[in-house]
Ligand binder design. Structure first.
Ligand code: GLU
Length: 308
């Protein structure tokens, strides 16, 4: 780490600056249950490679991690299945909205990457085919990554998403029509909606993502979860595809691999240096946390700690 930087002070200063400015954007009200979140929540959790840790603001409040879970399902599938997953999902940025159907017809049901909804649904299908109790085993996997026991699905959020999940239902069925979903679409979607409903706070999330920050990481049972090459590849997909059709903008402004979710969370990683989670529920028009983007842009600019 760059020892000249006082991380606590820098994080606090940026936090107060961003908090004093207008909180623009909209909460993800297309999922009724998410619309109930207090829009002024704002939390940060930072952890360096030396496990220097700081939490600021609402870092202890749990929120819906939504698409951030897609990194975790991908890494579990990558560990279990290996490179065969790339036969059914690509690694190119889509340049389209996360829930878009447009490219799938031309691409014959092979989603562009595992972080758009179609790609994440295919990854869920892989996990269902490989696991005896997918929901239990996935949650267990996350608990072992984070070392935190208090992580759970939110039944009310999963239910709420089912009730308005027309696009995801369409995506899953459309992909199945090309033969790229093996299991019953209802089962795949149920796993997908539950995975997105997982609730964690900023500290839990930062700890969960240690496996992408620290190449020596072992989980709470003492196992390595991914090879060095797999870690490299997942960080690379986060860099190019982690922010919907704003991935280029995030790379340009922040310069870190990361992943956002419509619950307003963003996790960003500087491999071998630090991991940081920012949570603020109001989203810009591309679906990324308005304050989260501002905070991280200021942080990597001020500390000069971006990968570029
Ligand atoms: N569960 C959300 C959906 O499918 C995930 C969206 C996101 O966070 O990108 O609409």
């Amino acid at each position: 780490m760059n020892t000249d930087i006082n991380y606590k002070e820098t994080l606090e200063e940026i936090y107060h600056t961003v908090k004093s400015e207008k909180n623009l954007g909209e909460i993800a009200n297309y999922i009724p249950e998410l619309a109930k979140t207090d829009p002024d929540n704002f939390g940060i959790y930072f952890s360096s490679i030396a496990n220097e840790e700081y939490g600021i603001g609402d870092w202890e409040t749990k929120f819906s991690i939504q698409s951030i879970s897609k990194v975790l399902s991908l890494s579990m599938a990558y560990h279990l299945i290996g490179d065969k997953i790339w036969e059914r999902v690509g690694v190119e940025p889509s340049g389209n909205a996360f829930n878009s159907l447009v490219q799938l017809e031309a691409d014959k049901g092979i989603p562009r990457n595992p972080f758009i909804n179609g790609g994440a649904i295919v990854i869920c299908d892989f996990l269902i085919s490989h696991l005896k109790k997918p929901k239990e085993e996935f949650l267990h996997y996350i608990k072992e990554l984070s070392g935190c026991e208090d992580i759970s699905y939110s039944e009310s959020i999963a239910k709420s998403e089912w009730s308005v999940g027309y696009r995801n239902i369409a995506l899953c069925n459309f992909i199945k029509s090309f033969g790229n979903i093996e299991n019953d679409p209802d089962e795949v979607l149920d796993f997908y909606f539950n995975m997105c409903s997982i609730q964690m706070n900023c500290s839990d999330l930062t700890k969960t993502f240690t496996f992408l920050k620290d190449s020596t990481f072992t989980n709470s049972s003492g196992h390595r979860v991914l090879t060095t090459s797999q870690v490299k590849r997942i960080n690379a997909i986060m860099q190019t595809c982690g922010f919907y059709d704003e991935s280029g903008e995030f790379s340009f402004k922040v310069g870190l691999p990361g992943k956002s979710g419509v619950g307003g969370g963003i996790v960003a990683i500087f491999p071998e240096k630090y991991c940081i989670t920012v949570w603020s529920p109001k989203l810009n028009e591309k679906g990324n946390s308005y304050r989260g983007m501002k905070f991280l842009e200021a942080f990597t600019t001020k500390t000069k700690l971006s990968i570029f």
